[in-house]
Every structure is written in C-alpha cells, then in structure tokens.
Design a protein around this ligand. Sequence first.
Ligand SMILES: Nc1ncnc2c1ncn2[C@@H]1O[C@H](COP(=O)(O)OP(=O)(O)O)[C@@H](O)[C@H]1O
Ligand SMILES: [Mg+2]
Length: 378
Amino acid sequence: MRTVLTRLSLTEFRSYAALSLEMDGRSVWLAGPNGAGKTNLLEAVSFLIPGRGLRNTVLTEMGRRLPGEREGRAWAVSAVVRAGDDETRLGTGVEQAGGARRLVRVDGEPAPPGRLADHVRQVWLTPAQDRLFLESAGDRRRFFDRLTYAGEPPHAGNVQAYEKAMRERIRLLTDGSPDRAWLEALEAQLAERGTLMAMARARTLGALSAEIATRGERPFPQARLSLTGEWERLALEGAAFDDLQDRLARALAQGRDRDAAAGRGLVGPHRTDLSVVHLGKDRLAAECSTGEQKALILNIVLAQAARLARAEGQPAPILLLDEVAAHLDVRRRAALFDEIEALGLQAFLTGTDEMLFEGLAGRAQGYRVEDSGLAAVG
Ligand SMILES: Nc1ncnc2c1ncn2[C@@H]1O[C@H](COP(=O)(O)OP(=O)(O)O)[C@@H](O)[C@H]1O
Ligand SMILES: [Mg+2]
C-alpha cells in the first residue's frame, strides 16, 4: 500500500535544534554542502522503524550536543504517515540527556518499537555501503538481513534473540563446566530462531532473485545473489522446519568442544555470507569497479523496494538514498527517478549539488540544506 510521510519533526536530533517539514507525498531531495545536515535528516527518518538507524550507532549519540556539552540532549523525531486514506502519528526518542532507551508512541500511545513496522518500512542505501563487497561477511549479512526485515519485520527479533543466545552459549562454553540443562535450553532457542532466520532469508533470496530477473536489462547491472550458509541452502531446497531445526540443534551440540576452543560459534546462520555476481560480466561483485558495485547494490535495493511496493496489506517502503545520485551517470540517474515515480514510492535523496536533481523537477520537493536549516527550492 502506498505509504508516505506527510510531516516530519525533529527536536534536538543531531545537528537540528528543531525542524518541522510538511510534505505533499512526493519524493524529497536535499542538496547542500558537506556537514549541512542531509544525512542527519535521513537518519531521523530511519528511526521511524525499529532498530538503530541508518548509521547503526548508539542512541546516546543522537541527541544534539553543543561544543563542550558532555552528553547528547533528550531528542525526539515524530512524523505523520499516510497509507491510503489513513494517517498515523509516530513518535520516537529518548526522554533524558544521554538516554539510551528509545521510547515509541503510535498515535500518542506508548508502544513497543516493533509496532513501528506496522506503519513504516524502509529500504536504504548509504555511502557506508560503498565498500560492502570488500568488507566483512558480517556487513553483507546485515545488509541482507535489513532487506529481509523490510519484508518480514519479525526477522529482526529473531536475529537479535539468536545473537543474544549465541553470546550466552559461548560464555557458558568458555566458563569451564557449563550447566548442561541451561546449555541445552540455549541451543534449543538457537535452533528455533536460527531456523526461522534461515527460512526468512531463503524466502527473501528467492523472491528477490525472481524480481531481479524480471527487471531484465535495466540500466542497472543484474546481479546473481546467493547465500553461503548451509542452513539457507537447505531452506531453499525446501527442507521442512522441524528437519532444519533438528539438524541445527545437532550441529550445535556436536560443535560444543570446537566452539569452546575457538571462543566463538563456528556453525549456524550467524556465519552466512552474501555472495553477489555481476551477471553481465560473470564476475564477483568484489572484482567489479566501484561504480559497478554501487549500481549492483542499487539494483538489489530497488528490486526489494519494487517487490514490497506491490505487496498487499503492508506498507510500501520509503527509500532513503544517501549520496546515491552523484554516483550515477545521467542515464542511470534518470532511470532511478523514473522508477521511483513509477513505483509510487516516496524517496529521500541527498547530494551536494542541486543540479543532480534537475530530472526531478515537478516530481519531487527539493530543499537546499545549510547549517541544518532547509529552504524550499522552486
Ligand atoms: N549529536 C550531535 N549534536 C550536534 N551536532 C552533531 C551531532 N551529531 C552530528 N552532528 C553534526 O552534524 C554534521 C553532519 O551532518 P550530516 O547530516 O552528516 O552532513 P551531510 O549534509 O554532509 O550529510 C556535522 O557537522 C556533525 O558535527
Ligand atoms: Mg552525508
């Protein structure tokens, strides 16, 4: 269902003392020099879903801090989301300076952060992902997990619970003489959550691959995605839930000594990596040029956004594209703008140069950003 933000307010968030933005439902572009506050604004939007936001940093960093102040202030981000004819007010923030616990309100009522996903989904691409194919498996896994959450919000909770149980299990194993019953209980949890994780990733991989294939020869290079994990492979091959869960439980039990010696878990879906091949060149993404890598990731992100835009009974994603336009040549930039419009998605785009967004004239709301202040263009 078409889902857009019609109002966004920031209070003491990062570099913004206060900002209130009314939007008509079209996409929004922000142009301004480095340090103007463009990414901070996208990051504020990213707190309208569960999690730690676009920069994946600790909540204590979000509150505005003047030079000399030791702690970030209490901060808030609120928004009005329109989905079809329905409007919902969402609010989030921390109530105390230096606060690390995020509170959420939905239509004024306190709610667990997970409820945000009932109203807003997001897909984003940031400069931090420019090196995605060159960096650690963990970064790629998190990238893929975020795409998975956008379609299946419970995945976030499963990953979190799994990682917590795995840390606990390793602590027990390296403690010397672990409490056996406790260990078995943790491994049962890991097997259940891990199976849910692997199955959600496998579903996403299958759907995303099909979407990428039907996109065909768009100006963005096609990618072949695969997940390296045994658990995802079994799930893709159609393994039943109970079967996968039993296998994972057995592998964990058998791996205790090795894991204790290594000080980390050597088997399980927390070890999965995402592998991406540039189809046209039949070459691993890591071996492609920086520009090609960016275009590959963009194609993956757009394919997921396109799928979710069509999904019935759930909010269409909001796209956050930080410094993406500058990496694209004129033809690809035009194709990106056309696709965002054709999908009916609301995108928030940033760039240092207004000229980048000329192709959006009349199709988006543009703002010049300077010193964390916005001035409408046109
Ligand atoms: N908690 C904070 N309090 C005040 N200023 C902050 C805070 N966090 C970041 N900033 C400032 O925000 C600015 C960066 O804004 P950003 O949105 O990343 O810029 P850009 O427009 O280049 O994307 C920097 O000047 C940084 O010092
Ligand atoms: Mg920036």
